[in-house]
Design a protein. Structure first.
Length: 150
């Protein structure tokens, strides 16, 4: 049970408790409708507020998409390349047999702001080995792009 349910139970039980207390202490001359108006109106308004808050919560809950429900094309490799200096990352796609360099150059958008596409750069694995000309199937971790000294 979460906080919303506890608040709803309090909003509903408090007017009922007030109603029972007033019925015990009411004299014969007091009108029953007076007691009902004093108790039913706050109870209904609290219930309305609770329902409105639940509607608002459901409406503003962000929608998340389950990416695993889509069919996955197993013939395409997806690899992440990171520039360690700027922390920029790019996801490259391609056939498993294509090299890292070719896959990066085939991408339409070059995301590395500090590295020119035409400059001398290499792609390394997590141990620092040059994997630029290795196929995408060779390494499936987060690769790094490094600029060579000119």
């Amino acid at each position: 049970m979460n906080l919303k349910h506890i608040m709803a139970m309090l909003f509903i039980s408090l007017p009922i408790a007030i109603f029972l207390f007033m019925m015990q202490t009411a004299s014969v001359h007091e009108s029953a409708s007076f007691v009902l108006v004093i108790v039913i109106w706050p109870m209904l308004s609290c219930l309305g507020l609770y329902l409105a808050s639940r509607y608002h919560t459901k409406r503003t809950t962000p929608v998340t998409w389950n990416l695993h429900s889509r069919p996955i094309d197993a013939s395409i490799a997806h690899r992440v390349i990171r520039d360690m200096a700027t922390k920029e990352e790019a996801v490259i796609d391609g056939d498993y047999a294509i090299s890292f360099r070719k896959a990066m150059l085939d991408e339409e958008i070059w995301v590395f702001s500090q590295i020119s596409r035409d400059s001398k750069w290499i792609v390394t694995d997590d141990r620092g080995n040059d994997i630029s000309n290795k196929p995408l199937s060779f390494f499936d971790g987060i690769a790094r792009i490094e600029v060579l000294d000119e």
